[in-house]
Every structure is written in structure tokens, then in C-alpha cells.
Ligand binder design. Structure first.
Ligand code: ATP
Length: 380
């Protein structure tokens, strides 16, 4: 157990004379026992960041501290971290017991009977005790994943480093392993850095999430902070499914003028806006569908496509369906509410739910009022 600090770490690769900045001056303090999820789109640098912590890549600049000690120049086996890979990386010719014992035999002086006991205890905890004499080829993907996790746990490291460990499992098993891993991490209380491109995993598993784009850290915060208080347009678009609706607009007195609609600004909005170019954002679940047309901030729109999800419907709508390229946005409504493509409906963008971003920099200038989150009534 230990605190893990990334201090201004940078990692560049030389690609035939071109410099690729995979990780760009990233600083994160990960608390002792914390579950931190590194998330971002493909190529954003999350695996490279994790590999630098493991010692599989050397950093170009900065410092990595584990338990207060700089570990930049330590060999991977001397770092007191245990990595779990997406591919499981089990040795095919070894039994499960041998796979789980191997690291301990190589990197510690523990006597054989203690190693045996640790492996047996961990295998029991992971529900794989009956598989100890099998080889990886005789196991399902989910069982292999348990072995890979067990192999990391048995090492009793200061930090777990996990690189998309659930990505190869089917959706149902992934959801099950998600909760199991969370429970396990909580019980073991070991500092964990978990890499995923899946924002659902990030939202549901992390104590905090760190969002990367193009090697740069965009935001570190609890899942709900990142969801309700995104620091910029990138985070707003990345966290949340379906994504936040965003519209480019400019100010005109006390109104925002977007291409297909105008919005009367409240004092709170006006106070936050600094500059003419603004991006107006609203989450799909905050769009009120079936509003009274006499209410403020309402618009008559046409339903374009309905995606039923069972528990809810994603309703894609257009401001003006007759135009060649209608500007669409999405609302989520309860699964028992019915609307159909072609229906004309009235929607409302409630002022307290609006996010505003600087149109030039993409930085958030105002997030939805969190005081009102509790007050947002479900549609059904
Ligand atoms: P993915 O989700 O696709 O695995 P990622 O966020 O983990 O992506 P990285 O694998 O960390 O991204 O890669 C970050 C950037 O660094 C990419 O542009 C990648 O092409 C580049 N990169 C990674 N490893 C190397 C390498 N050994 N040599 C050159 N470039 C590399």
C-alpha cells in the first residue's frame, strides 16, 4: 500500500525522426488505497502512462514516486507494482499454480511452503482453487482473467496496474467482473491504476477518474464531478452516454443565438459568459420532452429517430426536419413513453441544466447548477 505520485511526467517516442509526445506533462497524486481510472480515446496515452509506472517504458521527463520514493530508474521487478494485462499474459506451458507462483519465486526469497500457502489462499479468494492444476489453454476467458488477477494479488504489491483487464470478456461477464473487482480492490485496499477506454467502466469503478486526450490530462475528479462539472468540451463529450448535446452560438444582448434556435440567458448565465463565442451544452436526460409550449425556453422540434433501450428511449430530434442537413440532438426519456419518428414535440432546455463553454478555448465557463440535481424530476 502506498501513495503513487506522477509529477509532470512526459514520454516521447522517436518515430523515424518525428517526435511523438505520448504523455505530455501529466501530474496526478493517487492516494493510498485509491482506485484511479485512466480513461480516454484510443491513442490518448493511457497505456503508455501505465507502462511508465510499471517500468516497461522509461519516462522522458518528470518523476514517479511510490510511497514517497522516486522509482524512475528502478527495474520493473524492483518497483513493487503488479500489472494485469488485457491479454492476461499467462504462461501457456505452466499450470495455474505455477503461473501464480512464478513472480514470487523470481522476485522474493519466500520459502516454498509460504508461496504455496499464499497461492492457495488467493486462489480460494478468487474462486479458482479447483483450477490450480490446469493450464491456461484449458480455461475460459473469464477464468484466465481471474488467474491473471490472482497472480497480481498474490504478489501483495504496493500498487496494482491494470490495462483494460476486462476488455476481452463478454458484456455480461464484464459487468459481473466490474463489481467483483471493485469489491476486491476495496477489501485489499491496494492503490490501483486502471486503464480503460470505456467510460462506463470509468464512471462505475473509479474513486476518481483521470481523463486524457492527446497525451494531456483534461480533468481528474470523482465520476460525478467529471459528469456534472466537466472542465471542458472534451470531457463533456467523452463522459456520458449518449453524449452531451452541444451547439455553437454567439451572444446577442441577453440571448444566445445558435444556428437553429435562440436562448434567453438568465443572470447566472450572463455573469459566467466572457466573450462572444459560446458553446451551449445540455445533457440528453435534462432535455424535457412534451413541455407546455407556453413555458419559457421551449422549442417545437421533430422526432428524427427513436432508439428503444428498454428502460429508456434515446430520442434523436431535429429543429427543422425540412432542411437538408437538420441539426439533431438527443433526449432520453423513460422506456414506457412513446414517441415516433415524424412526431412534432415540444422540448424545453431548463436554464439550471445548461452548460456553457468558451467557444474559442472549449473551457467550461458554467456547469449545470448542482443544487438542482436532486430536483430534476424523472419524466415518468
Ligand atoms: P489504446 O486505447 O489504443 O491502447 P492508449 O491511450 O493506450 O491507446 P498509447 O498506447 O499510450 O495510447 O499510445 C499513445 C501514443 O503513443 C499513440 O500515438 C501511439 O501511437 C504512440 N506510441 C505508443 N507506443 C509507441 C512506441 N513504442 N513507439 C512509437 N509510438 C508509440
Amino acid at each position: 500500500m502506498a501513495e503513487l505520485q506522477l509529477d509532470n511526467i512526459t514520454k516521447t517516442f522517436d518515430d523515424g525522426g518525428d517526435e511523438i509526445v505520448a504523455v505530455d506533462d501529466v501530474s496526478i497524486d493517487i492516494q493510498d488505497g485509491e482506485f484511479l481510472v485512466l480513461v480516454g480515446p484510443s491513442g490518448c496515452g493511457k497505456s503508455t502512462t501505465l507502462r511508465t509506472i510499471a517500468g516497461l517504458e522509461t519516462i522522458t521527463d518528470g518523476a514517479i514516486r511510490l510511497g514517497g520514493e522516486v522509482i524512475n530508474d528502478k527495474r520493473p521487478q524492483d518497483r513493487d507494482t503488479a500489472m494485469v494485462f488485457q491479454s492476461y499474459a499467462l504462461y501457456p506451458h505452466m499450470t495455474v499454480r505455477e503461473n501464480m507462483s512464478f513472480g514470487l519465486e523470481e522476485s522474493t526469497d519466500l520459502p516454498d511452503d509460504e508461496i504455496r500457502e499464499r497461492v492457495t489462499d488467493t486462489a480460494e479468494m478468487m474462486g479458482i482453487a479447483e483450477l490450480l492444476d490446469r493450464k491456461p489453454g484449458e480455461l475460459s476467458g473469464g477464468q484466465q482473467q481471474r488467474v491473471a488477477l490472482g497472480r497480481a494479488i498474490v504478489r501483495n504489491p504496493a500498487a496494482f496496474l491494470m490495462d483494460e483487464p476486462l476488455a476481452n470478456l463478454d458484456a455480461k461477464l464484464r459487468a459481473q467482473m466490474r463489481t467483483e473487482l471493485q469489491r476486491l480492490q476495496e477489501n485489499l485496499d491496494v492503490t490501483t491504476v486502471y486503464v480503460t477506454h470505456d467510460q462506463t467502466e470509468a464512471m462505475t469503478m473509479g474513486d476518481r477518474i483521470a481523463i486524457l486526450d492527446d497525451g494531456e490530462l483534461q480533468q481528474v475528479g470523482t465520476p460525478l464531478e467529471c459528469y456534472h462539472e466537466p472542465s471542458n468540451l472534451f470531457v463533456a463529450g467523452f463522459i456520458g452516454e449518449p453524449s452531451m448535446n452541444t451547439f455553437e452560438a454567439h451572444t446577442d444582448g441577453d440571448r444566445l443565438v445558435a444556428e437553429r434556435f435562440e436562448y434567453a440567458l438568465s443572470e447566472r448565465h450572463e455573469d459566467a459568459i466572457d466573450g462572444d463565442n459560446v458553446v451551449f451544452g445540455i445533457r440528453p436526460e435534462d432535455v424535457e420532452v412534451g413541455s407546455d409550449p407556453d413555458d419559457s425556453h421551449t422549442y417545437e422540434v421533430v422526432v428524427d429517430v427513436v432508439e428503444p433501450k428498454g428502460d429508456e428511449n434515446y430520442v434523436h430530434m431535429a429543429f427543422d426536419a425540412d432542411r437538408e442537413n437538420p441539426e439533431t440532438f438527443t433526449a432520453t426519456i423513460g422506456g414506457l413513453r412513446r414517441v415516433e419518428a415524424g412526431d412534432t414535440v415540444v422540448v424545453r432546455f431548463p436554464p439550471e441544466a445548461v452548460h456553457l463553454f468558451d467557444g474559442d478555448t472549449g473551457e467550461a465557463v458554467l456547469n449545470r447548477s448542482l443544487d438542482t440535481v436532486e430536483d430534476v424530476e424523472p419524466l415518468l
